[in-house]
Write a protein that binds this ligand. Sequence first.
Ligand code: ADP
Length: 487
Amino acid sequence: MKILFACSEISPWVKTGGLGDVSFALPKFLKKSGVDIRILIPAYPAIKLAFPDAREIARPHFLGGELPTCSILEAHCDDGMCFYLLDYPPYFERDGNPYLDINTGSGWHDNHLRFALLSRIAAWIGSSVSTINWHPEIIHGNDWQCALMPLYLKHTANTRKCKSLLTVHNLAFQGIFPQNTMASLAIPDNLWRLDGVEFYNNLSFLKAGLQLADFITTVSNSYAHEIQTPEFGCGLEKLLTFRRNNLIGIINGVDESFMPADDKFLTSPFSTFNTKNIKIKKPINRQALRQLLKLNTSPDMPIIGVISRLTHQKGLDLFAEIAEKVLALPAQIVLLGGGDKNLEKEFLALAKKHPQNCSVTIGFNEALSHQIEAGSDIFVMPSRFEPCGLNQMYSQLYGTIPIVRSVGGLKDTVINYSEKNLNLSTGFVFSEDSSQALLQTIILANSVWKNKTQWSKLIENAANSNFSWEQSARKYLNLYQNLIYKE
Ligand code: ADP
């Protein structure tokens, strides 16, 4: 089975969120299961640095519109994974965020061309004109950045009948551009229609993909249903309902780099399969975190951790509203993240006011994110919507009890606490999109934290959750098989 996995970010080299983690972990797992899977990714500076021996294997040209002639480089990872690097320095050799110009805080001015090129090259590799001596049977694209791939596959020479699969990691990011960019991207004029690429008078990359992909997946079962409703569908709910027979949710797994037993970022790695070991090692990591962040090291209070983009989606404005009350419980707060400037300021002011008990780090910091997972007692994710969410799963495996809102993947991966259901409970789940509902749940979690017998049981349950990629990878495998044999 030959699969091309096309993506716009991949951990550990270029990561802005969950997509980076998935792009690294899922292909690796599928490869171990015997799939000939190769990864297509833009040759950003960090990627070029990681693969100094990459060599050119093709130079696609006449791509249509203003899409430039570019190079495809081939490179290999230590584990044998084959990478195709899309090399076009004017588009991709830029420092910083792969999508945003940090000077303006907005998307790069030419994002339509950059990611149309990524989609176009994915389709080119799958088409009959490819000069690469390897022919995928399926191209598995991810998010809006790859969402024009099914369109290019259908509208270019494709006698190989390569199939397309599009995974939606977040429906809120759609790749919306003015109509007048269509010609530069070689999108046929006749697709400018309601059942084509037109979306409220703009071009939508994601809509194109959702219309034309042979199959669509998203990253949890609940989110697959939610996006067919007006509340979560971002205007695409009718199209998604129309395509429901070709749409499923497959929950993401957790890669071994987020297993506390082998975590190279921890002061004291610990196996969570052994409850005694958690009891000994968790306090060591908690103290290390307090020391690192210069917090009071002697209090008998829980640490509440947050690692997140600070955006409306993540609901951290709700947390900001009640943070003073949370500190007064008492509890310590440790936050790592960035995004909304007002929220950043609000949290920084809180940390300044309570330097002993509140630490706020603005920015992206992989090592600190692992240390927060390991050192915190409680992890907060009050998301308004959450396609899958990874941190609530990481938390559980680190013996850190999540408090989540009952949406998407959060709902699918956390079992709500109740005394009656203590043998199964792994966290706290609340429904209402309100700071008061969040506060009540934090108060409940804090009171359970004081009951050491119950808390130990929660930790044991959470840490023994099975979030391995195995089951999910098997679902992708079945899907690939069905797609290949489906006419
Ligand atoms: P998203 O919607 O941002 O993709 P996920 O929960 O699916 O949310 O995945 C987020 C991933 O990014 C996790 O691996 C998380 O630890 C990581 N992450 C988020 N913010 C930061 C940050 N500021 N520093 C380090 N890692 C972060």
